[in-house]
Design a protein around this ligand. Structure first.
Ligand code: TYD
Ligand code: MG
Length: 484
């Protein structure tokens, strides 16, 4: 019932449009425009229902910017730097966990900033934010305890309280509140004047007077904008959780990345206890930082020697590694590692490919035969990219070739070795974009060796890469000689 209007929203950049486009007019990605209906009777997902505009005398209104009388006046340049708090001042986070989070944030929490913590459901966003809230409330190196407000729209106060007990959070300055109404929570936050505000999560909150149920695209955008205005006006930093689903849920953080100041993504495999925290966007710092944590009963613990992650697995499944090679691929501005598995079986000629484009795999196999003397003519070849990832970038070519060689030669590639590079028809290795970012990710994760095109060695040797050894190769033959 009720009128509903269709909008098309790009799942890559969040740009919305009144009509469908084959490729997004804003970011030019193809096939990303998805249809959404924005209407008055949007309540199918069982979220909080929103009635028409309620006349509210709540002062919160002014922060929400809907009846703001604060038009602002131009400020003389010479007064600006005094009027605005310097953005290089940050609230430091104490302790080992705090230091690791602080590093990802570029040194700490900038007052008045809106920080989005995105990640799959269950990855540990609420735990992370509760820990940050507790550290900020304790304020060990920020002049002692001060209130921090943790608002949950997902869990009851008791649930959050129990979790805090399990995590042995003992501060008296952490305030818990359960609400899904943005106006209500901001009105409660103001008199408390907290050092920071945590909102869990953007999908559960709503703004009165905005159509759509909580979690709908308009609600998500309007609520985020309201929180941003609140943060800027009060100078209170806000941490906001957002679910991302693998399918690129549009009401999820993708659409919000443009609004907020900082975007952190939390990642980790369901089967692993390690969690990565990555800054994807940071108005106040670099986005190359990567934090590594280990989950525990009492919350997340910083991992200071990430190479241990790989060392521990090394003994147990060393045989497994025949035919397995690691590639570094980019997803937007994020570099991440994928594992490519290949299996060559002599006898029957078949091809089974999963996660690699057929023509690409054929080309790499052909180049290996012709240019590197690997006899795959009689082999059945299976390629699989683990955990459902896809290699769509040419940067993954070298790892695909290495995985095939490893299986064919029955020679394992040691753990802690990664491959980056494009393979040309003559077997030559070509450089790929964002080499520095890819290599830095390997350094952070404690990798020991990275095989790259020879032409990149000179540039990479100027960087501080810690223990990571860079091995340049001119072509596939060269790579085989150096690795196998
Ligand atoms: P949670 O923080 O609720 O994830 P999200 O908010 O992203 O959905 O964490 C999921 C579950 O994992 C929860 O039951 C708590 C548990 N957990 C730990 O026990 N220790 C940890 O260090 C983390 C991060 C989570
Ligand atoms: Mg949660």
């Amino acid at each position: 019932k009720g009128k509903s209007k269709a909008v098309w929203v790009c799942s890559s950049c969040g740009n919305s449009n009144g009509q469908w486009w084959g490729s997004c007019p804003s970011c030019k990605m193809a096939g990303t425009m998805k249809r959404f209906s924005v209407g008055e009777a949007e309540s199918t997902d069982g979220g909080a229902k929103v009635s028409g505009i309620k006349v509210s005398e709540n002062i919160a209104r002014t922060w929400l910017g809907q009846s703001s009388t604060d038009a602002g006046v131009p400020i003389r340049l010479s007064d600006v730097n005094r009027a605005i708090s310097p953005t290089d001042w940050r609230i430091p986070l104490s302790g080992l966990f705090g230091a690791e989070v602080g590093r990802v944030l570029g040194g700490g929490v900038v007052p008045g900033s809106l920080i989005l913590v995105g990640g799959d459901p269950g990855v540990g966003k609420s735990t992370l934010m509760l820990q940050i809230a507790a550290i900020m409330a304790e304020g060990h190196n920020t002049g002692g305890p001060a209130p921090v407000l943790y608002v949950s729209g997902e869990e009851s106060i008791e649930q959050v309280g129990n979790r805090a007990d399990r995590m042995k959070i003992g501060t008296t300055e952490l305030f818990l509140y359960s609400s899904t109404d943005i106006e209500d929570m901001l009105a409660k936050a103001q008199p408390l004047s907290p050092r920071a505000l945590v909102v869990d999560s953007i999908q559960t909150v709503y703004l009165q007077g905005v159509t759509g149920s909580a979690g709908s695209i308009t609600q998500v955008k309007e609520c985020t904008a309201a929180l941003l205005r609140f943060a800027k006006k009060t100078n209170i930093p806000i941490l906001l959780a957002g679910h991302v689903t693998k399918s690129g849920d549009i009401a999820g953080p993708r659409a919000l990345e443009h609004i907020v100041d900082v975007v952190l993504y939390m990642e980790g495999d369901k089967s692993s206890s390690h969690r990565l925290l990555r800054s994807v966007k940071n108005r106040f710092g670099t986005t190359d930082e990567l934090g590594v944590f280990e989950m525990s009963q009492s919350g997340l613990q910083a991992v200071f020697n990430p190479s241990e992650i790989f060392m521990s697995e090394e003994q147990s499944d060393s045989e497994f590694l025949v035919g397995l090679a690691v590639a570094v691929v980019m997803d937007g501005s994020r570099a991440f590692l994928i594992e490519i598995q290949a299996l060559c079986v002599s006898g029957s000629f078949t091809r089974q490919l999963n996660g690699v484009h057929g023509s690409k795999a054929e080309m790499i196999a052909a180049v290996l035969m012709k240019q590197a003397g690997i006899k795959l003519q009689q082999d059945a070849l299976f390629i699989n990219v683990l955990s459902g990832a896809k290699v769509s970038e040419t940067a993954g070519d070298l790892a695909v070739a290495a995985a095939i060689c490893s299986s064919h030669l029955e020679y394992p590639i040691p753990k802690g070795v990664a491959f980056i590079g494009e393979v040309g028809l003559a077997g030559e290795l070509r450089t790929v974009p964002r080499m520095e970012k890819r290599v830095n990710t390997l350094v952070k994760l404690g990798y020991k060796k990275c095989i790259v095109p020879a032409s990149d060695v000179k540039f990479l040797s100027t960087l501080d890469l810690g223990e990571l050894q860079i091995v340049g190769c001119k072509n596939l033959k060269d790579m085989i000689n150096k690795v196998f």
